[in-house]
Design a protein around this ligand. Structure first.
Ligand SMILES: [Zn+2]
Ligand SMILES: [Zn+2]
Length: 753
């Protein structure tokens, strides 16, 4: 007997080829009915023999399209309906939108082959996509993900594309981003005077490869924003790019034309390989010990032993890569500190002093995104996310949320992101950047209003950091007033702790929270950054922290490690200190120190002081440079040969004591590498000792300091079996996670002030 069933599937099921997949599966099982997108996901009606429908359902759940992700599903029998065939029907939207936004997917192998084959309709077409690949979030204006709601709608399909779109056996059946060179997006190469140099698809990329090989800097409009590119083996041009971009030392990422070429230069482990070729295709930071290739490493990643590499992830980059016999620097198209540019005129205005040529196209980018950045620790392969952006944003699917409130969390300031909960899904924006920069601040506001547009919702609760001068806090307060929302303030490090509790679903346990980072406004108005918290029964309490030391000279302290050293150094170190300052500076700073009342427990500044003490760096040219340089100096470690610089913590956790002991070791001729290892061991040992002494079974670590892969490895090695250790994996440990943490804090913590 024939029966009719209604199947509902929610999760990441739109813009991922789900409906065509269902269609083809239904045909295989000889089932009639329909499939469509709705506000919660995909809805399927099928009529058939019960066993056959159940087999179809199981097959669908067990083998969904490769880039999809099912959250929930249900099947119920309903009144019998006689269908004549199986149809894909257009989207219906009756209720409130309740589905993930589809992220951007890297170009698939089939599409790569299409653009490479001379006899293919899409030979050389840079915007080749299919249901399995291509930009999604980058082009999204509103939802659900349908062509007419993306910037692709400006390019009506030609008959060939239309045929593919309507042919169930075609890979582009119902592919919303389907275009070809007849109907689609066109490219244009211009020089810095604005004159058109080349428009022919056939010659364009050959020309760019040629220009790059001759030392030109080319700004390339990709599908998620502009990239600045140059020959990575040409030291002169890489240095030129540094000067023009006003980015003296921060490492550049390198795009390799192919995996084969990358593997010729580097040995990759399984994790790195998986990451580099995944649909996210992030920049993956790998170590380049014993590197013997031709990269201009001193210019690309000065003083570092690691490098961010990636593989082509769009048709544009793939066409550039085909026939390219050298790797290229590919860095976000901006002046250092500004957001990634995505509009032709804007990019031309801002970058004409940087790039010699511009590759432009006429596809509008709605959501500009930088490349995501990831690293794996050497010993335990722990995934550490440095930047969560293209391919990952904006969905955050792995957390338990039970709330009907519309909540907006504004995040921090330095590594900004926002979290929005307009329905039953949480969306965390791409990394936005440092809000101190005016253009970044505008991008931040734009991202929030675009969230409001997409979901057609406004918040009822706005959560901000307690720091009164954060731009995100000020804007959040305005927004709360404008939208008549409840305003909630969350302390910075409690937000970090809540983020790691949320990421690992730990709100039902008793947990030791360890939050080490640069700065954050504390409950006592001191600058926190070396904190230990207790979580239990929906309360967070600060139980211990690094002893306070003087916070001197405001923001200058974070930029000049020598000032952290000055703050932490004892009288015995005068000789060393005197070398780092002019006598005038010394006089002023020492007077300041005497009258100073602002205190800090920051572990970030402790790293700075160690770096200055060891004469590694006195001035940071980019955020976190001192810590990165220090991490780079250690390659391998043996726990048994490490010692702690804190002999006792009975009278407090003293940063001054650590600096004093390091000073002695350094004076006695111990190597910098040895001292750095001991210093990292000191932190790891301290965490484990506190956990053991207070009998914790769960220890959760957050804050920028935990980007240090050696520290993470040491902790994993040092921790006894009975203690579970948690690190961020799908969120960055740095301030990017504060928006998520603020949100989790609001939902779970009772001592909300
Ligand atoms: Zn494809
Ligand atoms: Zn076409």
């Amino acid at each position: 007997m024939l029966k009719t069933y209604k199947i509902l599937i929610s999760g990441l099921v739109q813009g991922v080829g789900f409906r065509p997949h269902v269609y083809n599966l239904a045909l295989k099982f000889s089932l009639f009915g329909s499939v469509s997108n709705n506000e919660i996901g995909v809805i399927i009606y099928v009529s058939g023999v019960e066993k056959c429908v159940k087999d179809f359902y199981n097959k669908l759940l067990n083998f969904p399209p490769p880039v999809s992700s099912i959250k929930e599903s249900s099947i119920v029998e309903m009144e019998f309906q006689n269908f004549e065939d199986f149809k894909i029907i257009p989207s219906s939207k009756d209720g409130q939108l309740n589905l993930p936004l589809t992220p951007d997917f890297a170009i698939c192998e089939d599409c790569k082959n299409d653009i490479k084959s001379t006899n293919n309709h899409r030979y050389n077409y840079a915007f080749t996509t299919c249901v399995h690949c291509g930009p999604r979030y980058a082009l999204t204006e509103t939802f659900p993900f349908e062509r007419k709601k993306t910037s692709i709608h400006e390019f009506p399909m030609c008959t060939t594309c239309e045929d593919e779109y309507t042919n169930p056996s075609n890979r582009r059946f119902h592919s919303q981003t389907n275009t070809c060179s007849t109907c689609g997006i066109s490219l244009k190469l211009i020089n810095k005077k604005g004159e058109t140099v080349e428009t022919s698809e056939l010659n364009l990329f050959k020309k760019i490869r040629n220009l790059l090989s001759k030392g030109a800097i080319v700004a390339i409009k990709n599908t998620s924003g502009y990239l600045l590119c140059c020959d990575a083996e040409n030291e002169e041009v890489v240095n030129k790019l540094r000067v023009k971009k006003n980015r003296p030392k921060k490492p550049f990422a390198v795009l390799y034309p192919s995996l084969k070429q990358l593997q010729k230069d580097f040995v990759l482990n399984e994790q790195q390989l998986k990451s580099l070729t995944s649909v996210v295709r992030p920049i993956t930071i790998i170590s380049y010990q014993n590197y013997k290739g031709n990269l201009a490493l001193n210019a690309i990643a000065p003083s570092l032993k690691q490098l961010g590499v990636m593989l082509p992830y769009t048709g544009i980059l793939q066409l550039l890569a085909n026939g390219l016999d050298f790797p290229i620097v590919a860095t976000s198209g901006n002046i250092y500190g500004s957001p990634i540019t995505s509009k032709n005129e804007d990019a031309f205005e801002k970058l004409k002093g940087v790039a010699d040529y511009f590759l432009q196209h006429n596809l509008k980018i709605q959501q500009p995104q930088d490349d995501s950045v990831v690293k794996f620790s050497t010993k335990f392969n722990q995934q550490i996310l440095f930047r969560r952006s293209r391919g990952l944003a904006p969905n955050y699917l792995d957390c338990n949320i039970n709330s009907n409130e519309k909540i907006l969390a504004m995040g921090a300031d330095l590594k900004s992101s926002v979290a929005f909960y307009p329905n039953q899904y949480l969306y965390i924006s791409q990394y936005i950047g440092n809000l101190e920069n005016y253009d970044v601040y505008n991008r931040f506001i734009g991202t929030i209003s675009s969230f409001f547009n997409i979901f057609e919702e406004q918040p009822r609760v706005v959560i901000v950091d307690k720091h009164p001068n954060y731009h995100s806090t000020k804007y959040g307060k305005e927004l709360a007033q404008k939208t008549n929302s409840t305003l909630v303030e969350v302390q910075h490090h409690k937000a970090h702790f809540s983020a790691i509790l949320g990421e690992h679903d730990l709100f039902h346990e008793k947990v030791l929270g360890v939050v080490f980072d640069g700065t954050g406004f504390g409950d006592d108005a001191a600058i926190w950054g070396g904190e230990f918290f207790n979580y239990e029964e929906n309360r967070i309490d600060r139980i211990s922290h690094f002893e306070y030391f003087d916070w001197l000279l405001g923001d200058k302290m974070a930029k000049e490690p020598r000032i952290s050293l000055l703050s932490l150094a004892s009288e015995e170190m005068n000789e060393l200190i005197n070398k780092k300052f002019t006598s005038n500076e010394l006089k002023t700073y020492k007077t300041l120190k005497k009258s100073n009342t602002l205190k800090t427990s920051s572990v970030g500044r402790l790293f700075d002081a160690v770096a200055s003490l060891l004469n590694i760096v006195d001035y940071n040219s980019y955020e976190g440079e001192a810590a990165i340089l220090m991490e780079n100096m250690v390659i391998d470690y043996k726990l048994s040969s490490c010692k702690s610089y804190l002999t006792s913590i009975e009278n407090g956790i003293s940063s001054k004591k650590i600096i004093e002991n390091i000073g002695i070791d350094f004076k006695n001729g111990n190597s910098k590498e040895r001292i750095i290892l001991n210093f990292l061991y000191t932190l790891a040992h301290l965490i484990v000792e506190i956990a053991k002494s207070k009998e914790y079974r769960h220890v959760a670590c957050s804050g920028g300091v935990f980007q240090n892969a050696t520290l993470v490895d040491m902790l994993l090695e040092l921790v006894p079996k009975e203690i579970n250790l948690y690190f961020h994996k799908n969120l960055s440990p740095n301030d990017e996670n504060c928006s998520f943490g603020q949100f989790m804090y609001y939902l779970n913590i009772k001592n909300l002030k």
